[in-house]
Structure formats: structure tokens, C-alpha cells
Design a protein around this ligand. Structure first.
Ligand SMILES: C[S@@+](CC[C@H](N)C(=O)[O-])C[C@H]1O[C@@H](n2cnc3c(N)ncnc32)[C@H](O)[C@@H]1O
Length: 225
């Protein structure tokens, strides 16, 4: 199964004619709500952290946070942003489907946040990934996973289409390793690229130009031994 896209090329502006649509400058609203509600507990792993919109916000709020991303361009940018803000964040460039290679195989995180990484993985990488992040979580620790549903993007989009999921599909994948607490309808906010041929849509767009694409927010935990 091939990768969804060349992630470095996306961050270098070669795929979306500008910054990638998910670089919105702040944590996704669905994840920001969890933080505001006190449902995120350090240490946190931001899996597929991109340029660190979430990782940096967590660090600024005092959470010990590690960000992992396969894209060198994204991790370089995230590291620069952390230095500019004087924040101590542990960024690791590497593949989240092999947690052991990243030195994160032992239980150490109380919260794993997957903010749109899952649908960015090849389908055949999902199982290794979910097993790996489960191993890296302390007993009782939480997983929050925000993932696009099958109605989020049309298959004929001129942009690369990620591996969208159904409710049943995400439940089956996550439940193999985790205890699921909830699977709630949610949204991923994106700044749609200015690309010819982008299909018309009827999703809500707010006054800041963010469009809210349908998603699911999975909440799960690692059962205490
Ligand atoms: C849709 S972006 C989301 C980025 C970030 N979480 C955000 O919300 O801004 C998906 C991210 O997953 C990263 N990614 C894709 N495959 C990966 C893998 N196997 N291991 C780690 N990161 C990966 C990409 O480089 C990209 O930064």
C-alpha cells in the first residue's frame, strides 16, 4: 500500500500550491475543546504532529509533550517555531508505525493525540501503528483520534485523498488494542487550497475562511493491567 502523499513535498508547497490545508495556525477545535475540558494529561504524544500547531500549544500550556512526524520539513519547521517561542518540546522525525525505532516502545505517555494522522497512513500500516502507540501508553492512559469520515472528501478530488474511514472501520481497528469509550461525530477544520477543479461543497465555512469537514473523534483508553 503506497503512502497517501509525499509529506515533505506537501510542506514545501509543491502539492497544494501553498501551505497544506491542515496548517491552520492553531490546534484543531475538536482537540482544543478536550484541552479546555481538562481531558488531556501529560506526558502527551502528538502523533503525526506536522509543524506543531498542537504540540506547541500544549507546551505553552505547560504540558510535557513529544511530537513525532515522518516529514523532515515539518519537524524542522516545528523545531524552529519551538525555539522562537523558547519552548522545550521533544520533536522526533520518524515513522509512527514503528514506535520502537523512535525509542518510544516503553509505556510513558498518559495521552496520545492523533490529529488526522490515522487517515494519513497506508491502510496496511494501521495495525502496527495502533499496537505501537498502545505499547507507549501508561495503563489508564487515553487515546484521542480525530479522523476523516468517508463523506469528507470526494474520490475525484484533484488533491491526494487520504484513507477515509467508516464508523465501523475505525471501531474495529482501534478496539483490537484499545478500550473504546466513545466515537463521536466531529469536524476537521481546513483552509481549502486554491486549486482549479476543487469540487463544490456544502460544508460550513467560517468568517476566518476555515471549512469544517466531517470527521469522527475516537476516545479510548489502555486498560490498566
Ligand atoms: C494531515 S497532517 C496533520 C498534521 C498535524 N497533526 C496537524 O493537525 O496539523 C498528517 C501528518 O502525518 C504525518 N505522517 C504521515 N505518515 C506518517 C507516519 N508514518 N509517521 C509519522 N507521521 C506521519 C505527515 O507528515 C503529516 O504531518
Amino acid at each position: 500500500m503506497s503512502d497517501v502523499m509525499d509529506w515533505d513535498a506537501a510542506y514545501q508547497g509543491h502539492i497544494f500550491s501553498g501551505p497544506p490545508p491542515w496548517n491552520i495556525g492553531t490546534p484543531q477545535p475538536a482537540i482544543a475543546s478536550l484541552i479546555a475540558a481538562g481531558q488531556v494529561h501529560a506526558p502527551v504524544l502528538d502523533a503525526g504532529c506536522g509543524i506543531g500547531d498542537l504540540t506547541l500549544a500544549l507546551a505553552e500550556a505547560g504540558y510535557t509533550t513529544t511530537g513525532v512526524d515522518i516529514s523532515t520539513a515539518a519537524i524542522d519547521h516545528a523545531t524552529e517555531r519551538a525555539a522562537e517561542r523558547g519552548l522545550a518540546v521533544h520533536f522526533i522525525q520518524g515513522d509512527a508505525r514503528n514506535i520502537a525505532e523512535l525509542g518510544l516502545a516503553e509505556p510513558q505517555f498518559n495521552t496520545i493525540i492523533d490529529c488526522t494522522l490515522f487517515h494519513s497512513l497506508p491502510i496496511d500500516a494501521r495495525d502496527d501503528y495502533l499496537r505501537g502507540i498502545h505499547a507507549a501508553t501508561n495503563p489508564g492512559g487515553r487515546l484521542y483520534l480525530l479522523v476523516f469520515t468517508t463523506d469528507a472528501l470526494p474520490a475525484d478530488s484533484p488533491c491526494p485523498v487520504p484513507n477515509l474511514v467508516t464508523d465501523a472501520e475505525i471501531r474495529a481497528a482501534v478496539a483490537k488494542y484499545w478500550t473504546i469509550d466513545a466515537v463521536d461525530p466531529s469536524h476537521v477544520a481546513v483552509r481549502l487550497p486554491d486549486i482549479p477543479g476543487l469540487p463544490a461543497h456544502s460544508f460550513r465555512t467560517d468568517e476566518n475562511g476555515l471549512t469544517y469537514l466531517p470527521a469522527l473523534l475516537v476516545t479510548a483508553h489502555k486498560t490498566a493491567a
